[in-house]
Design a protein around this ligand. Sequence first.
Ligand code: FES
Length: 141
Amino acid sequence: MYSEKVMDHFQNPRNVGEIKNADGIGEVGNPRCGDIMKMYLKIENETIVDVKFKTFGCGSAIASSSMATEMIKGKTIEEAMNITNKSVAGALDGLPPIKMHCSVLAEQAIKSALLDYSKKNNVPIEGLEDFDPTEDPHDHH
Ligand code: FES
């Protein structure tokens, strides 16, 4: 049912923890399953120099957040904005259809941390104008 990559990132999640004095913090939750994901970003010169996460949730959510942090580390804000739940799931060699919403949490956590950064530093980020972190992830399939 689960790919080797999902199992690997679930059992050995990368970048777990939190960043003190993070430049952007995002917290998102899925109201239906109750899972919560928190993402911390350290940003210098428009580049994500460090990222950590904490996920209280299912294995797919943990694997998705782990993979998502690996995908945005060292990347520019613009590149991180291009990460979608589908690209995260793809990088994990797929998720079962009923678990796709777990990867949506990862996309939302990144965007919500970037939104926090954008607000705190008064830098507009293209694509975040309409972002609503409270939107129900199940509607994104
Ligand atoms: Fe809730 Fe996976 S079941 S995020």
